[in-house]
Design a protein around this ligand. Sequence first.
Ligand SMILES: *[C@@H]1O[C@H](CO)[C@@H](O)[C@H](O)[C@H]1NC(C)=O
Ligand SMILES: *[C@@H]1O[C@H](CO)[C@@H](O)[C@H](O)[C@H]1NC(C)=O
Ligand SMILES: *[C@@H]1O[C@H](CO)[C@@H](O)[C@H](O)[C@H]1NC(C)=O
Ligand SMILES: *[C@@H]1O[C@H](CO)[C@@H](O)[C@H](O)[C@H]1NC(C)=O
Ligand SMILES: *[C@@H]1O[C@H](CO)[C@@H](O)[C@H](O)[C@H]1NC(C)=O
Ligand SMILES: *[C@@H]1O[C@H](CO)[C@@H](O)[C@H](O)[C@H]1NC(C)=O
Length: 755
Amino acid sequence: MFVYVGVFLLVAVFFSHTSEKGVNPQGICTDGYFQCTNDTFCVPQNQNCDGKVDCPEGSDEQNCDDQHDDDYWDHLYRKRPAAEHDDWNGNNCSLSYFGKCTCRKSDILCDYKNYEEAPDDLPEENINILDFTGNNFKNITRDSLKNIPDSVEKLILVHCNVIEIQPYAFFNLSNTNYLHLDNNHLKFIPQDVFAVNNRLKRLSLMYNDISKIHPRAFENLKQLHELDLRRNKLAKIDGRILDPLRNLAILYLQNNQITSVSVDSFPQMKLKHLSLMENKIVQMDIASFSHLQELKQLFLSNNLLPVLENGTFSNLTSLEALTLNNNYIKTIELGVFEDIVTLESLRLEGNQFKNLDKKVFEPLTNLRTIYFDRFEMCSFAQHVRNCQPKGDGISNQEHMLANPILRTSVWVMGAIGCTGNVVVLLGRHFAPTNNFVHSLYLRNLALSDLLMGVYLFIIAAQDQHYRGVYLSYQYIWRHSFVCKLCGFLSTLSCESSVLILSLVTWDRLVSVTQPLARRQLSRKFAVATLAALWASAVAVAAMPVGGVATSYFGDEFYGGNGVCLSLHIHDPYAMGWQYSAAMFVLVNTMALIFISYAYLRMIDEIRASGVACRSTRQTEDRDKVAQRFGVIVFTDCLCWVPIVLVKLVALSGIPIPQDLYAWLAIFVLPINSALNPVLYTLTTTVFKKQMEKLMDSCWRKKKRDQHNTASESAFSLSFGMFPKGGSSRRIFSYRRTHSSSMTVSKNSWKRSTAV
Ligand SMILES: *[C@@H]1O[C@H](CO)[C@@H](O)[C@H](O)[C@H]1NC(C)=O
Ligand SMILES: *[C@@H]1O[C@H](CO)[C@@H](O)[C@H](O)[C@H]1NC(C)=O
Ligand SMILES: *[C@@H]1O[C@H](CO)[C@@H](O)[C@H](O)[C@H]1NC(C)=O
Ligand SMILES: *[C@@H]1O[C@H](CO)[C@@H](O)[C@H](O)[C@H]1NC(C)=O
Ligand SMILES: *[C@@H]1O[C@H](CO)[C@@H](O)[C@H](O)[C@H]1NC(C)=O
Ligand SMILES: *[C@@H]1O[C@H](CO)[C@@H](O)[C@H](O)[C@H]1NC(C)=O
């Protein structure tokens, strides 16, 4: 064990110092490489903006910020309008105001005063913010706001219970710039609400129930710069409403019920930022945005778009940022992006497409940042300097196994798994045994654990093979026969190991609880059971490989990640997820519950049967047995509980940290297979010492009786096996039938249960 740990650390240190620079000193950078600013060095795509300096002057880590991405996130959240002056503390009123509202320099804050119309004591001086948050205006008529002096710059009517707005409602606000009517119950905006020659720059109507706007409602808003209609119930965009808004630059329409965008939706405008996020858009006509030549940012995330057609973005000659994440895009037609060559930032994560033509992104020569679901897709856009994500926790664009510790542990776990289990198999093969059935079970367990070791070695070897160039080969690798074989091996090993462990446990349980009911299991029966278990495990593991149900499993059931595991944690609802869930959650949980229950029963049984003997040694022994059984159940839990839990959490939709997935796949999953023999061999050295002591102390006691059982137990234990069923059954039969031979049973019991 300690030797292994030592080797592990050494190799880890070795690998962590040999990560390549990836520098290509030719001067001319080939496709997928980017030149350092003041040097002839070329740095591959994945080393740009990865937080690690690779260029001599560090230029590969400069200009990595995506301003458009910041804008995208910023536009989702808005501050409370009056918050801009929250640093004006104290009641230093600069107005001649003596009413019941709060005056703060040039602001008047009338929140939650239950006004139904504007009070008549407002001063005529220049009021900056007039805040009526939380009042009760209900029906804004021609007279409701007549007392508001026309000097008010920003009028806030948020949370005011407004249900209706009558014509001429805002006619007095001739100098007002900002009008906020958020969080009310408005359903309809009538016409003639705003006076001719008003100076409104920002109109915010978010969080209402607006489903209809009169086509001429905004006709006088010639100076409007920003219109916020998010979180309403608009079902379509009417070009006639927008037509008068000649100076509109920002239009927020996210979170409405819009289902389509057509050529008539947007008239000739100077719009710069347009958000149509979180609608239900399924259809965008060709040239829908063709009148918006000045548009810079177009946010179309979280819609239902299935396809991007050639021509959809035609005439968007200034577009710099486009977000299309979280749609259902399956196909992107060639030529879609030919119209928007100015694009700098593109989000495409959360869509359905798996494979794309490289030519799709070719026209986007100014693209600096692109966001995909999976790092593998960066191979579609090798000319984009900053491609996100850089990896998936297991692999990155360079290496199949990105983390040096992970890489080392694959070798080490593979080595431990293979040697341990081979030794067990060989030992069992050449040593004589007097309990054939039991030995058979353990050899099968070792064989199934061995498969996991083989799997790990294949993965380790493939990682070595694709070192540094993984991105170019990842598709071939994930769809290769070897990858399928790896998936098959790991699944087969997991399933057969779980089933055989359950079988072994069942066998022990029966022999402990009903020692007299059965004699030694018949060989035929054991062989048949094992054959059935293997057959079902092979069937389960082979099902996704064979061409039987390709429509259900897809072609990436095993090839979904670099290590070819079907754990499906990144994408818990990938094709065939029910199968994966049943395999990893249902079977493992059932087996775990059964094994825990069985060992608890056995400990109970042994305690009960031990009541008769009063010696302290007997009690100590019993505690040891309980401890050892505990170790078995604990290692099983260690392996399965995290996997079941993480799988359930992933299925419930909570995102799993990528690193956790990597460790789960490489470290936790094979831990049983790799550590079983080691744990048991380790226990044996302790046992051997105890044996020697015991031998010394009871040298004179019935040497011949001991001989038979001792040879079998000692041997099997030294190879990581425990003489379960057979011997313990024998012991208990001894105890109940020949109570006179207590010394014999005492010794052999201790050995037999010293798992
Ligand atoms: C590159 O060289 C120029 C002039 O020699 C210098 O001004 C600039 O700072 C250098 N850039 C970097 C990233 O070192
Ligand atoms: C209020 O105004 C007075 C004079 O205009 C000034 O001295 C004082 O510091 C101000 N207090 C605060 C809290 O701004
Ligand atoms: C609002 O006031 C107008 C007249 O000023 C009236 O016709 C209308 O019914 C009122 N609406 C509500 C909901 O009270
Ligand atoms: C509001 O407008 C009405 C007529 O449109 C006018 O009579 C009234 O004086 C105005 N109120 C203020 C405070 O300007
Ligand atoms: C594209 O923009 C130009 C003005 O730059 C305009 O004349 C033309 O009609 C637009 N194309 C379409 C299809 O609307
Ligand atoms: C896309 O449409 C444009 C204009 O209709 C056409 O010129 C171009 O060839 C199309 N591109 C592709 C790849 O079909």
